[in-house]
Write a protein that binds this ligand. Structure first.
Ligand code: NDP
Length: 284
């Protein structure tokens, strides 16, 4: 076989981006499979996003991740946007198909995969409550709706933001999605199958507990948190104490990376290696 010293490149573009741990997980996966691939973590200001994507094309990069503040702005520079990413209105992963760059959103897909694989629950026909109406909530609600959840209730502090998101996603997915304003303590009612914290409450360094009461929840209700730092949030600790099954934000983060890895390399991702590398990088 002729020598091949050319590495394949993927990257994460964001600002600030230095503390983004995704590279550690992807690099560990490339090494585990003996692939001559590199994952670069690159700081790009918003004004240079267009040039960064031209650079991606010029270098023949295989794809990458786009994080804050580029998740929406990147869309206009791509050749195609996957249908669910279009509904969500944001792209966090780009893959290459020939000369075309395709925008995907793997945040909600990573969450769904975690619910199915790690919690063993199929969201089809389930009743769900999602706290929050930001970017993470939008991705989670979209994928739950597309996966056939029977009823999705969005609970958010800002009524305007919550109502706008619910009206938009209900119209775009055709699913039953409702809104309730979050005031005081939210008591999760009986009959809910999955409860998700998709707000940033609990995120380091302000590791507080969202104002929710879980006592009335039915036994077996899954309590999921998108916050991954720390993975064991106060919400998940409270759920565990009540004997409820839990799913942490690390699982979602790893699976969105797993989906990206698979779409870039075409190889089966070494999931365990990726999870361990992420834990080591975050020191959790
Ligand atoms: P946004 O800023 O877009 O949204 C934040 C949400 O949290 C809003 O609904 C906001 O409510 C709510 N919120 C924040 N603080 C409070 C508070 N004190 N009281 C009530 N509500 C509050 O953030 P994102 O959606 O982008 O991110 C949310 C979290 O998801 C972050 O912790 C992020 O790290 C995590 N995440 C995890 C991923 C993973 O793979 N595990 C992937 C992507 C994100 P309001 O509208 O009223 O302001």
């Amino acid at each position: 076989m002729p020598a091949n010293f050319k590495a394949e490149l993927v990257a994460c573009f964001g600002q600030p981006v230095a503390e983004n741990p995704t590279g550690a997980m992807q690099e560990a996966a490339f090494q585990a499979l003996g692939l001559n691939w590199r994952y670069l973590t690159i700081e790009v200001p918003p004004a240079r996003l267009r040039e960064a994507i031209l650079g991606m094309r010029a270098f023949g990069m295989q794809g990458g991740n786009f994080t804050i503040p580029h998740k929406v702005a990147v869309m206009e520079h791509l050749d195609e946007i996957a249908p669910d990413a279009r509904i969500i209105g944001a792209v966090n992963t780009v893959r290459r198909d020939g000369d075309r760059l395709i925008g995907e959103n793997t945040d909600g897909k990573g969450f769904l995969r975690a619910v199915r694989n790690d919690a063993g629950i199929d969201p089809k026909g389930r009743r769900v409550v999602v706290l929050g109406a930001g970017g993470a909530a939008r991705a989670v609600v979209t994928e739950l709706a597309l996966a056939g959840a029977e009823d999705v209730l969005v609970v958010n502090r800002s009524a305007e933001r919550g109502e706008r998101m619910v009206a938009d996603l209900a119209a775009r997915t055709g699913a039953r999605i409702r809104f309730e304003r979050w005031m005081g303590e939210y008591r999760v009612p009986d009959g809910i199958d999955i409860f998700v914290n998709a707000t940033s409450i609990g995120l380091y360094p302000d590791t507080s507990m969202p104002a929710v009461a879980l006592e009335a929840a039915r036994p077996g209700m899954l309590v999921a948190d998108v916050v991954f730092n720390p993975p064991e949030t106060r919400l998940l600790r409270a759920a565990r104490k009540l004997g409820l099954p839990v799913l942490d934000g690390l699982a979602m983060l790893v699976y969105q990376g797993v989906i990206g890895f698979e779409s870039w390399t075409g190889h089966k991702p070494p999931e365990r290696v990726m999870m361990n590398a992420l834990r080591a990088a975050l020191a959790v």
